[in-house]
Design a protein around this ligand. Structure first.
Ligand code: NQM
Length: 348
């Protein structure tokens, strides 16, 4: 049997990932990535020989360490049928599990009641504070908070972000414009924690209320979205994004279930069953911004923006002052699923 590695599997928000202590993984990036591919079972469409869930939302890794004043969180997206491990994006969903993991592993002390865990997002220059429920100094996972896309309820983890604007692209509006035209299609390129290309559905010939399966089987639409994405990636300063997981593309439409705006988000080659945390923060910022393609569709102008998605809605708190982001926050839940030893597939 190969040497095992301590691993925690946690559902964070609407995603699921393998959480590791940085000290348990090789320092060398190439060796670390090779190990993670063998742990997750990649490359293989079913990830049959590893713990990956054969979908981008369940092929995720969090690497956690302690720093002087808090916790370091590095997010890695592990390719499924490709041998790629990418650190080029954040993941606000797995972030929900970082505070609980840090407390469980003794990296951060639990307080009585609520513990505020300061977290540095190593994928960007940003940071966040996670409020974890810790009655009697222990992490409480049970609770009555419901998030769409996850069955049942669990304890809330409140996430407050700092420095989300320009996380990967250096500016909230990476092209310098509220609106650009690519291939004759008006788009808003934005980065409030996640680089996203926002497109109004009427310009793509779909309703924006299709199911994930309908969108993923629309070959013509997928090809058009990908062409837009690659062209937008260049304009956003991200270079050739053919093999990159960013930017995402979010198709926006008028809300139809009492929310503020409706979305279908390509992440980028599958359609999200809901929407990412920072993806939602970016769409919300676009929706609040005068002159963007999303702004005319926004039906609510407060700071709590209910982003409708294929399995419900996600409320994100975003406040802008002109083009300056004043606040980005969201409520998620997290639940540990497994704590033990994972055995990587041997090298072939
Ligand atoms: O945008 C999926 C997810 C994400 C990312 C993706 C995320 C975020 O839902 O903050 O959480 O867009 O690749 O886990």
């Amino acid at each position: 049997m190969s040497t095992g590695i301590p691993c925690f599997i946690i559902r964070g928000g609407t995603s699921k990932g393998a959480y590791f202590l940085a000290e348990d993984l090789p320092d060398n990036e190439g060796e670390r990535d090779d190990l993670l591919l063998r742990i997750m079972g990649s490359p293989d469409a079913r990830q049959i020989d590893g713990i990956g869930g054969a979908h981008p939302l369940t092929s995720k890794v969090a690497v956690i360490g302690a720093n002087d004043g808090g916790i370091d969180y590095l997010f890695l997206q592990v390719g499924i049928d490709s041998a790629i491990v990418s650190d080029k994006q954040n993941c606000g969903n797995l972030l929900a599990g970082v505070g609980p993991f840090a407390i469980e592993r003794g990296l951060w002390p639990a307080e009585e009641g609520i513990t505020r865990v300061p977290i540095r997002l190593l994928n960007s220059a940003g940071s966040a504070t996670a409020q974890v429920q810790t009655p009697n100094g222990r992490v409480e996972y049970d609770g009555d908070t419901r998030i769409d896309g996850v069955p049942g309820t669990a304890a809330a983890v409140v996430l407050d972000f700092a420095d989300t604007a320009g996380s990967s692209c250096g500016a909230l509006l990476p092209t310098g414009n509220q609106r650009d035209e690519i291939d004759g299609t008006p788009v808003t390129c934005i980065d409030n924690g996640m680089p996203v290309v926002v497109v109004a559905v009427q310009d793509l010939g779909v309703t924006g209320y299709e199911s994930v399966a309908e969108l993923e089987s629309n070959v013509e639409l997928c090809a058009r979205v990908e062409r837009l994405r690659i062209a937008a990636g260049l304009r956003m300063g991200l270079g050739d994004v053919t093999d990159a997981t960013v930017p995402k593309v979010s198709l926006v439409a008028a809300p139809r279930s009492g929310g503020a705006i409706s979305t279908r988000t390509f992440i980028p080659h599958r359609v999200h069953t809901s929407i990412g945390v920072l993806g939602a923060a970016s769409v919300a910022a676009a929706a609040l911004l005068d002159g963007s393609v999303a702004n005319p569709l926004l039906e609510y102008t407060g700071s709590r923006i209910a982003i409708e998605h294929p399995t419900g809605a996600f409320e994100v708190e975003v406040e802008l002052n002109g083009e300056t982001v004043v606040r980005t926050a969201a409520v998620r839940t997290a639940r540990p699923i497994f704590d033990g030893t994972v055995f990587p597939r041997p090298r072939r």
